[in-house]
Design a protein around this ligand. Structure first.
Ligand code: ADP
Ligand code: DP6
Ligand code: CO
Length: 351
């Protein structure tokens, strides 16, 4: 009996304007539009293979070598949508094999910490949807598939595009206009780089899904954020990206990370994603920008303590000179530069 297989990788995306809050939990519709940068494929990514055969007896998902339950409604919704799209093809072309009726075996692996605030659900569900769409040979474009990925995890819709991506919240109750679109491809701003500082690879104690609902229901600050602050910032940030205005992009990114974590703290009971090391990194970034009297680096933190720094490649040495001071003594510290070279950067800027 024949087995059909397809594989894909999907990169992580890290929001610079955060999605935090759902207006519809069943369809994963957000309370605000958001913006992110998709990292390069060779950095943080999920690799997913999907197979289907008439002989398979049940759907299975293996995540990082362990079988995961497929009971959760959001994964089921994604699989259902993909099967519906495939069924429509089979109805048009009777010569196609009935893949929509067969069970699926899915194997997925993240090359970075899962559920630690580094957007594993984003890369994970993007890869799941694209792998199965490939397996089913679906003709839908990425924006259409982004609506399916969105149902798995909201942030996943943005990982279907490279570069700078917006998730437009949409207005429709059925979610038909809540999808991702590309704002700018990375090759239009190739200088943009991200450095990931893994503060902790431990699984977070409050998942994004439950954390954001607590914020929606209990935070007073949150109302101001979604009604006033984010809609304004959404347009400003898109403009800064299109104009490749790094200082403006950086300031908006840092302010939005601060605003998001403030609503977490304003939730009741409060949610703490940042830790002392995260706060040290915030102070360091402020210090670096003050030292050079120019905004050359931005920090942002998702729902976890790990930092993502955005900077332009021309400033890499200026940034790493400072990171060296903070991190060279830390266990597990590694960078693409050797310690010697970092020390040389550092000495060059320490006069
Ligand atoms: P993160 O900050 O890493 O996105 P979340 O709390 O949003 O954390 O989501 C973590 C959950 O996403 C995991 O517990 C798992 O259910 C799901 N997930 C992560 N990676 C994958 C993957 N490769 N395939 C399918 N689901 C995944
Ligand atoms: C802080 O997309 O992980 O990373 O839709 O419930 O799966 P679910 O949540 P998720 O939330 C991401 C929150 C964030 C900000 C962002 O990525 O925009
Ligand atoms: Co997530």
């Amino acid at each position: 009996m024949s087995v059909h297989i397809a594989s894909t990788t999907a990169p992580v995306n890290i929001a610079t304007l955060k999605y935090w809050g759902k207006r519809d939990t069943a369809l994963n519709l957000p309370t605000n539009s958001s913006i992110s940068v998709t990292l390069a494929q060779e950095d943080l990514r999920t690799l997913t293979s999907a197979a289907t055969s008439a002989s398979f007896e049940r759907d299975t998902l293996w995540l990082n070598g362990k079988e995961e339950s497929l009971d959760n409604k959001r994964t089921q919704d994604c699989l259902q949508d993909l099967r519906d799209l495939r069924r429509a093809l089979e109805e048009q072309d009777k010569s196609l094999e009935p893949l929509s009726q067969w069970k699926l075996h899915i194997a997925s692996e993240n090359n970075f910490p899962t559920a630690a605030g580094l957007a594993s659900s984003a890369a994970g569900f993007a890869a799941l949807v694209v792998a199965i769409a490939k397996l089913y040979q679906l003709p839908q474009d990425m924006s259409a598939l982004s609506k399916v990925a969105r149902k798995g995890s909201g942030s996943a819709c943005r990982s279907l595009f490279g570069g700078f991506v917006a998730w437009e919240m949409g207005e429709q109750a059925d979610g038909s206009d809540s999808q991702a679109v590309q704002v700018l491809p990375l090759d239009k701003w190739p200088e943009m780089k991200a450095a990931i500082l893994v503060v902790s690879d431990a699984k977070k104690d409050t998942s994004s899904t439950s954390g954001m609902q607590r914020t929606v229901h209990t935070s007073d600050l949150f109302k101001e954020r979604v009604d006033t602050v984010v809609p304004r910032r959404f347009n400003e940030m898109k403009e800064a990206i299109v104009q490749r205005d790094f200082p403006r992009f950086a300031e908006l990114t840092m302010r939005d990370s601060n605003s998001f974590h403030a609503t977490c703290l304003d939730s009741y009971p409060p949610i703490f994603y940042l830790n002392d090391t995260s706060r040290k990194i915030i102070r360091l970034v402020d210090g670096i920008n003050a030292f050079y009297n120019e905004t050359i680096v931005a920090y942002t933190f998702d729902a976890g303590p790990n930092a993502v720094l955005y900077y332009e490649e021309k400033n890499e040495q200026k940034l790493f000179a400072f990171l060296y001071h903070l991190l060279s003594g830390v266990d597990g510290w590694k960078s693409k530069y050797g310690d010697e070279q970092l020390k040389a950067f550092s000495d060059a800027f320490s006069e």
